[in-house]
Design a protein around this ligand. Structure first.
Ligand SMILES: [Zn+2]
Length: 420
């Protein structure tokens, strides 16, 4: 893959060097939007970091879903700001009803991806800046948030967060490490998906950024495999890679690969103890094999997707009316549009398969590492064997909109057989 001079070292640069904007060989200017701080003792500097965005003693609303992290963060800023702590909701309506004080100047998101999404959504209503203090999450710095409306996942355009801070001294559990490793390795699928979207649908696309995302993910998978899980630098390697990927995703339109669509759909369908990072990883490795099967053996004719069946199933499974489910189901492609995508899928099958096979091999290595991060070496992951993962894969392109190979397969009617 070709790189321009500005991009060649992105993969090797530290997160702290990813700032400002630069001209890219794709013809556009890319800009890093979010100021980030990740270091040992970072939370000791939290009050100073926040004062870059709002003056001392102003009112901050802290949205959290992790109580111990909230207590840590609160103790560092309680003397310098007037802080109101709110346990976060994930439902859009409840978030709209959450009253913020009139003098609120900033929203601080503490906890999981859910807390970050909720804070982004609620802050946008009052046009307040958002700062994040959480494990790095791939879609956190983008201009969108994923919340639920009556249980049904919905995507909204919001303001990008202005700041990110996390302390390398915070202890990470096995699940936390798996979540961060998952959020990094899953980017192999994001990179493939955006590449496929450019081939199949056209539209704006930066091959350099897309390549960098895949390269950072692959490099980290090999690095963790080589150094082993007992490496003292493990936490730093994982968090640094995850933060770099979040910063790159925050620049552009890279935040909804098919693994993100599937993970969010699954979490809305099932009462699930896994984080988005863990789910994104699990779905990524499944999707790689599904993509191979659907790229290699294409039938000459597949019936178009049955949108009526999809509508009924989405309404039933998410507990909403068909009227509410209606906005989820995508427009049917015309025969000509479908034929063009089908043609491109065959035309580019060599390029796509090369990337898919590379991902399958990387996920094989990554899966072994992923399992061993858990205190029980991944034994509890077998709980997921009873869950309906294929249903989430089949419905995800409708329920959570995105671009890429999975969306193309749905629109061609390939995924209907996974709906029961
Ligand atoms: Zn570019």
């Amino acid at each position: 893959m070709l790189y321009n001079s500005a991009m060649i070292s992105l993969c090797r640069k530290r997160y702290s060097e990813l700032r400002g904007s630069y001209e890219c060989d794709c013809g556009r200017t890319h800009k890093f939007h979010t100021a980030a701080l990740l270091e040992h003792g970072a939370f000791k500097r939290l009050a100073a970091f926040l004062s870059d965005f709002t003056p001392p003693l102003s009112r901050i609303v802290l949205f959290y879903d992790d109580e111990s992290l909230m207590n840590t963060v609160f103790n560092y800023i309680k003397k310098d700001f007037r802080v109101m702590c709110v346990r976060t909701e994930t439902d859009k309506k409840k978030l709209e009803l959450t009253a913020l004080p009139e003098d609120a100047k900033l929203v601080l998101a503490v906890g999981s991806a859910d807390a970050v999404n909720a804070a982004k959504y609620r802050a946008c209503i009052d046009d307040l800046p958002v700062v994040i203090a959480a494990l790095p999450d791939f879609s956190a710095f983008g201009p969108r948030c994923l919340v639920r409306e009556n249980g049904l996942p919905s995507t909204y355009v919001v303001n990008r967060p202005v700041g990110y801070i996390f302390d390398l001294d915070v202890e990470l559990s096995g699940n936390d490490k798996a979540a961060v490793f998952g959020t990094v390795a899953a980017r192999l699928n994001t990179s493939l998906d955006y590449y496929a979207a450019a081939l199949l649908e056209g539209g704006e696309f930066c091959p350099y950024l897309c390549g960098e995302i895949g390269d950072i993910a692959a490099k980290t998978v090999f690095e963790v495999e080589k150094d082993g899980l007992s490496s003292v630098a493990l936490k730093e390697i994982l968090l640094e890679a995850a933060l770099k990927l979040s910063l790159i995703a925050g620049m552009g339109d890279f935040d909804r690969g098919s693994e993100v669509q599937c993970a969010f759909t699954f979490a809305a369908l099932e009462d699930c103890k896994y984080s988005q990072g863990e789910l994104q990883f699990l779905f990524s490795s499944l999707l790689a094999r599904l993509f191979r099967a659907h790229t290699v053996r294409r039938k000459s004719f597949v019936a178009p997707p049955d949108n009526n069946l999809r509508l009924t199933q989405i309404a039933k499974l998410f507990g909403v009316t068909e009227m509410q489910a209606l906005r989820s189901v995508r427009r049917q492609l015309s025969g000509k549009e479908a034929a063009l995508i089908e043609y491109r899928l065959k035309e580019y099958s060599t390029e796509l398969l090369e990337k898919i096979n590379k991902n399958i091999n990387l996920f094989r290595i990554a899966f072994r590492t992923f399992k061993r991060m858990y205190d029980d070496d991944g034994y509890s992951l077998y709980d997921l064997a009873g869950a309906d993962l294929s249903l989430s894969i089949a419905l995800a392109p409708d329920v959570v909109r995105g671009r890429g190979l999975l969306t193309a397969l749905k629109r061609l009617g390939d995924l209907d057989k996974y709906i029961i």
